[in-house]
Write a protein that binds this ligand. Structure first.
Ligand code: UD1
Length: 419
């Protein structure tokens, strides 16, 4: 059984290079299926989730070649409709294959969608949106089956909630549809902008002005392009929080500060000194942190994917902080493990109340999911003594070279195995 052994209490100091964004890579790689040809993708993070997704793409008939600084993705061959890769089931990122396969083949046949166990994760908005583009779609024998009735046709779609995945699926499916698609109440996450930028470079006509209305004028075909994925704003936020909670001083290299401004603002409010300079952000611990209140919201609000890491930080801040989680109903799973380390957290529905304690004690904890695992890692790095984090594969799913990066910042961490 694998675990991370962490010797905590050492301030993290130095530079850390931010990797490419996992949640931008998924829809962009899916959208690449709309194009026939060879493309180079730079800044694809070599993390478990993306490597598994590449296996799914191979299974569909895509040629994938790994080079030192980029991946070559060749989508020239026929793309299969059948998904047999077992990797598929653990990935939420596969959800955008729906729009991609409908756009490329006029048909999709997908097993149930996977991902972190952080809530029920319905896909009604995806189904409603794709249906309105002229697609017969529904569940049949555990499979989501979609088939274009006549041709894919643009339409006006209103999303009841600005769902990231539904917005991405609609952008992808509408790119090669005839006529105009307008998505109202669309998600505004930076990963959506990155998807639109990639498709526009390949010849699509997607207009996104940040107002939550996206206009897609269907084009006849797309051409191959080489593309560099944006930096990961969640990884950026995680290291920033780790630096501050360990009373350190770290500089994020190659990040987009405007993509995680809400996190920067909250850390400043808690008493940290954060300075942004171009594509660099420095986070310094200056004084005892004090509690802040957080409510997770769609972008540009505070990201749900950084909520568990902030919970870890608040567990030793002065005073009481309240976190309201409005996106996923099952996202406080790290709390139980933080309590084992001495945290004082009370949960009531979608609200958690965290009263800062003097210090956390190292302990044996289990990563409940990806970001919950990151929260436990931050807590272990800042706590006194030795911690073991079990099921670290959750963390590996989303953080590239995490052990190397933490050691580079002066942290003491090792990947170990018990027979
Ligand atoms: C994406 C991210 C995930 C992040 C989330 C919110 C990927 C691979 N994952 O997930 O890391 O936490 O955005 O920023 O990009 N909903 C419905 N019906 C639907 C779709 C969604 O009710 O058809 C609800 C969900 O249950 C949830 C909310 O909408 O409560 C947000 O979900 P959504 O934005 O779709 O998240 P994902 O795309 O799954």
């Amino acid at each position: 059984m694998e675990y991370f052994e962490v010797h905590g209490g050492i301030p993290l100091k130095g530079d850390v290079n931010v990797s490419g964004a996992k949640n931008a890579a998924f829809p962009i790689l899916s959208a690449a299926l709309l194009i026939k040809g060879k493309m180079r993708f730079y800044n694809l993070p070599k993390i478990l989730d993306i490597l598994s997704f590449l296996e799914v793409l191979k299974d569909l008939g895509v040629d994938v070649q790994e080079e030192k600084d980029y991946f070559i993705i060749d989508t020239s061959k026929d793309i299969s409709l059948k998904i047999s890769s077992k990797e598929y089931y653990n990935l939420r990122g596969t959800q955008t294959l729906l729009g991609a396969l409908v756009g490329r083949n006029g048909e999709a046949n997908l097993p149930s969608l996977g991902g972190c166990n952080i809530g029920t994760r319905p896909i009604d908005l995806h189904i409603k949106g794709i249906k309105s583009l002229g697609v017969d779609i529904g569940w049949e024998g555990g499979y989501l089956r979609a088939k274009v009735k006549d041709t894919l046709k643009g339409n006006l779609v209103y999303l009841d909630f600005p769902s990231v995945g539904a917005t991405e699926n609609l952008i992808i499916a509408a790119t090669l549809a005839s006529g105009e698609t307008v998505i109202e109440n669309a998600a505004k996450e930076p990963e959506i902008k990155d998807l639109a930028r990639f498709l526009n470079l390949a010849g699509a006509n997607i207009e996104m002005n940040g107002s939550g209305v996206i206009k897609i004028n269907g084009v006849k075909n797309l051409h191959p392009v080489d593309y560099k994925i944006i930096p990961d704003r969640i990884e950026s936020s995680t290291y920033l929080i780790a630096g501050i909670m360990t009373k350190g001083d770290i500089v994020l290299k190659n990040c987009n500060p405007w993509d995680f401004e809400s996190v920067i603002m909250k850390l400043r409010e808690a008493g940290a000194e954060i300075t942004a300079n171009g594509n660099e952000v420095r986070g310094e611990y200056k004084e005892k942190l004090h509690s802040v209140n957080i409510k997770t919201l769609p972008f540009p609000g505070f990201p749900t994917d950084v909520q568990p890491q902030m919970m870890a930080l608040l567990s030793t801040a002065q005073g009481t902080g309240v976190i309201i989680e409005t996106i996923f109903e099952n996202r406080f799973r790290a709390a139980e493990e933080l309590i084992k380390m001495g945290a004082n957290i009370r949960i009531e529905g979608n609200t958690s109340v965290i009263t800062g304690v003097k210090k956390l004690e190292g302990g044996n904890v289990t990563a409940p999911d990806l970001r919950g695992g990151a929260a436990l890692l931050i807590a272990s790095l800042s706590s006194e003594g030795k911690s073991k984090i079990f099921e670290p594969f959750h963390i590996d799913r989303g953080y590239e070279n995490i052990i190397k990066k933490i050691i580079g910042l002066g942290g003491v961490i090792e990947r170990r195995n018990i027979a």
